[in-house]
Design a protein around this ligand. Sequence first.
Ligand code: 4NP
Length: 161
Amino acid sequence: MSQKVEPPLAVLFVCLGNICRSPMAEGAFRKAAQNAGLECRVDSVGTAGYHIGESPDPRAIATALNHGVNISDFKGRQLAPSDFEGFTHIFALDTANLAGIRSRAPRGAECQITLLLDSVPGREGQTVADPYYGDEDDFERVWSDISLAVEHVVEQLKGGG
Ligand code: 4NP
C-alpha cells in the first residue's frame, strides 16, 4: 500500500504590490512560526509587477519594526506560475487578489488557496484593507489584522491543517 507523503510546509502571502501588506504578513508569520517552533518556508509576492525588486514601503518597514520585526531586506516579487507548485498554502490579503490568484492557478494545482482572514473565527470573508494611500494608523490596523491572522494560521498548520 502506498503512503501519502506530505510536502514540507511552504506558505506564501499575496497582496497587490508586495510592498505593504504581504511583506508585513511574511514578517509577522516568520516571527510567529519561530516562536511556535513551526518549520516552514515563507515568502510573499504581489499579483502586480509594479514594485519588483523594491524594498517594502517605508511605512510598512517602520510599522513592522515597531512590533519587533525587521522586513527591510525583503524585495518585491510578482506571483509566478511556479509558485503554485512551490507552495503548499497561499494566503490572499484581500478578495480581489484572491480572485486574481485563483484565475492564474494552473489546472490541477494542489496548493491550498484561501483568504488570510478566513483563518480568524468571525472574520471570514474579510479583507485586510490596502493601506497604500492611507496613513500610519492604517498601517497599524493592517499589522493588527495580520498579526492576529498569522497566530491562527500557525496554530492551524501545527495541527496539520
Ligand atoms: P500592497 O499595497 O498591495 O499592500 O503592497 C499596494 C502597494 C502599491 C500599490 C497598491 C497597493 N500601487 O498601486 O503601486
